[in-house]
Design a protein around this ligand. Structure first.
Ligand SMILES: Nc1ncnc2c1ncn2[C@@H]1O[C@H](COP(=O)(O)OP(=O)(O)OP(=O)(O)O)[C@@H](O)[C@H]1O
Ligand SMILES: [Mg+2]
Length: 281
């Protein structure tokens, strides 16, 4: 087993990254796949969603979160020690806590530490973007999938780490102009990255989420996405559903809480499509 690392990202805020992450994680686990979720967003929404609503300031996460893993780099921190089980079978997570925003500063200092290590030391990472990849590789053999949720931003070392770690970048975009611009920008950045000889990125794809099929603007924007991206656009779109809001307030994935709803069925299709995309090199 060597986990495929999927980073869920788009700079635009509130498009559906976390909802997509929690539902895919649940579906993967439900199918018997071992999944590790990594919450790199300081808001901690995925941590909350997978822990039944715990706040990132909860004692549960104190000393055991993503920041602590980075902080212990020079002391050989073991990724396994920062992984906790969630209430969903086969789904583990490395949680976010209140110190996550400090990771960016930490990475700036760690690169100097890494450079001073002897050649051959496994911690001798080569660039500021490679720390998360180094940490995740420690547990890669224990999982089928590693899902990384990210923050809505462009300028963050932690986000770069999440992007560089990925085998696949999943871009959840809404049917609106601003979302479209952000999605295309990231998609083209990924394509550029893929061409680099040092990149292990297999691909990137855009999943339209929160789509109102009856709205003319949504239809128009959906068509524009299709024209621009071709097969890199997921053929399934996640429909708008009031149940998503309810599921968030209950800290339950909609695929767990309301399996028969169209939105849950659409996520099942998206997962099937994602699996196919991960097979193609
Ligand atoms: N399919 C959907 N139907 C209806 N509402 C949705 C759907 N998907 C997402 N939403 C709404 O969008 C909001 C934002 O979703 P989510 O938290 O997943 O976005 P995000 O991209 O992770 O946000 P952020 O950028 O802040 O991390 C949710 O609180 C929910 O109300
Ligand atoms: Mg989010």
């Amino acid at each position: 087993m060597s986990a495929k690392i999927i980073t869920i990202a788009i700079e635009k805020g509130g498009t559906g990254k976390t909802v997509t992450a929690s539902n895919l994680a649940y579906l993967m686990g439900d199918e018997g796949k071992k999944v590790l979720c990594v919450d790199t967003d300081p808001q901690g929404n995925l941590t909350k969603a997978l822990s039944g609503g715990l706040s990132i300031t909860s004692d549960e996460f104190y000393g055991k979160a993503l920041y602590n893993l980075f902080d212990g780099f020079l002391y050989h921190s073991k990724t396994r020690d920062f992984i906790m089980e969630t209430q969903y079978e086969n789904v583990d997570m490395i949680p976010c806590d209140a110190q996550t925003p400090r990771i960016n500063k930490r990475i700036e200092l760690l690169i100097g530490d890494a450079e001073r290590l002897k050649d051959g030391d496994p911690r001798k990472v080569s660039g500021m973007g490679d720390f998360l990849y180094y940490f995740l590789n420690q547990v890669r053999d224990e999982y089928d999938y590693i899902l990384i949720d990210t923050q809505p931003t462009r300028d963050s070392l932690l986000l770069s780490n999440a992007i560089y770690a990925a085998d696949y970048i999943l871009i959840p975009a809404g049917c609106e102009d601003n979302s479209e611009e952000s999605a295309f920008r990231l998609y083209y950045e990924c394509n550029k990255m893929k061409q680099s000889s040092t990149s292990h990125l297999m691909g990137a794809g855009v999943l339209l989420v929160n789509v109102d099929k009856s709205a003319a603007t949504d239809k128009k924007i959906q068509e524009h996405f299709k024209e621009e991206l071709g097969t890199s656009l997921f053929s399934v779109a996640i429909p708008t559903s009031k149940t998503v809001k309810t599921s968030i307030s209950r800290f339950l994935p909609v695929c767990y809480m309301a399996k028969t709803q169209p939105v849950a069925k659409a996520y099942v299709k998206a997962y099937e499509e994602l699996k196919k995309r991960l097979e193609v090199k």
